[in-house]
Design a protein around this ligand. Sequence first.
Ligand code: MLT
Length: 402
Amino acid sequence: MFQINENYLQLGESYLFSTIAAKVKKFTASHPDADIIRLGIGDVTLPISPAVTESLHRAVDEMAVKETFRGYGPEQGYTFLREKIAETDFQKRGIGITPGEIFVSDGSKSDTGNIGDILGDDNVVAITDPVYPVYLDTTIMRIGKSNKTILLPCSEENGFLPEIPVQRADVVYLCYPNNPTGTVMTRAELKRWVDWALENESLILFDAAYEAFIRDNEIPRSIYEIENAERCAIEFRSYSKNAGFTGVRCSYTVVPKALKTKTPDGEEVSLNQLWNRRQSTKFNGTAYIIQRAAEAVYSPQGQKEVDEMVSYYMQNASIIRKGLIEKGFTVFGGENAPYVWMKCPEGGNSWDFFDRLLQECHIVGTPGIGFGAEGEGYFRLTAFNSIEKTEEAIQRIKEWTL
Ligand code: MLT
């Protein structure tokens, strides 16, 4: 009989946001008139901006004409986009990332999950707790649950910032601004991780999907703002949240050419070359029209529109923070991130709080336990709904008898 990858049997029954969607569907079926407000999954609600839409239309028209039609594109992404990314997101900020170090993809979820393809199974992988579930689930898919995965607790006591592990870790996933806690790492804190990785010859997988939401100019937006990080870190960036691409699908991953490791035989290996080999074998590139849409994000008009979208969502984050604080909740995040992390009343069970919030206020959030054991007693709300719905949700919470 054929065999399966049994590591899959060690995973929770379903992916966190699928479980939540199923619960909400069940509730809606039995309460068809309930006006549900969704502050659960971090899915955007504003439409893609005019500059992006125009670019998409133009690209579709090009594909419909023999002279400008395009078939397979470069697996790494078109030069027109990789050049814009390198120039705008890095070089203009004084970071020397070049187009050849950028790999355009269809989402950071895919890339943060797939990156394990180029890493050895014997690595000790450190993952924060709570965490965006993709890092942990894809690690389990690859190597199973084992003592090679270590969890770095992030709690109120350490400001939701992981301590550097005392035991050896070969790979660490960091996400800042953080999903789910909405907290950020200062330059000094990030530098400690980079210094640790360089000293220990470890790899940092840095998810910067929420960098656009940073309001404080002192907070690093890229790990490459830290000296020598290009020798120890891969960075993931996404257009999902800043440009409203959750349904459009485009992201990129930076694998610097300076990032090298050695085989047990002492042969030097470039991770840029390995990822290139992986992508060109398993991925045929992001659609041309989608890359043209992403390119439009970098036009002056596109940049202005994206800034407006981000400000809109950050206004929601502030409405949520303020309202919850007024109601007496203990609240974290939401100042440089689109997520607000709140303490459940009396440190209660986060699925119970989810159920009550849904049943009594008709609001969907995300229970902290869904992000890991350390998330128990906490709850996440997102800033991605409309201002009207966000205000309404906060009003309902304020009037709620707990
Ligand atoms: C979240 O809600 O945590 C994110 O939207 C999930 C994702 O980006 O895949």
